[in-house]
Design a protein. Sequence first.
Length: 181
Amino acid sequence: MILMLGPPGAGKSVQGGLLAAELGYVSISTGVLLRARADEELQAMMLRGELIGDDIVQKLVQEEILAHLSRGDLILDGFPRTVAQAEWLVKWVKEVGGCIECLLHITVEPELCLKRLVSRGRQDDKSEVISARYKEYKDVAAPIIETMVGADVPILTVDGSQSIDRVHKLVMAQIGQRKTC
Ligand code: AMP
């Protein structure tokens, strides 16, 4: 299992998709799964750029991982997003005999994130919501990385500010350093 971390607009979904195609993995995005839910309260929270509760997201991720496990390895895009989620994932993956191969951290400066997201134009891509989502990432990135380092998970950091192709090449240049499980 490969985990993706990065600010909104870093290109996690695009790079996760390209990487999944290249490695023959299945990419799972918590954002996509949550947006597909017909729950008004949840949709409103997402539009405000607020995080959904750990319990709900963990249950969703657990179901998805178990459903896909037989199809091969996974890329998790958008999870973990809190230290509690990171700690839960490390513990649960161990219990089910899985393995976290690496945390792929795609870094992009906030100005570029804002520029990319405004042109993407998703419903939660308004400048004040983007700022809230960037701040959420800024606050949790270091402690999530620390949790993964503590669990012996390699951290691969890639500069996501260049073109999609170029970033994909940077990802591929690093991905060989993930743990073999
Ligand atoms: P994304 O598509 O990854 O940008 O996620 C969009 C929105 O979904 C976020 O702003 C959160 O409201 C929600 N979300 C996605 N992943 C998580 C998660 N792991 N924990 C809590 N909320 C999440």
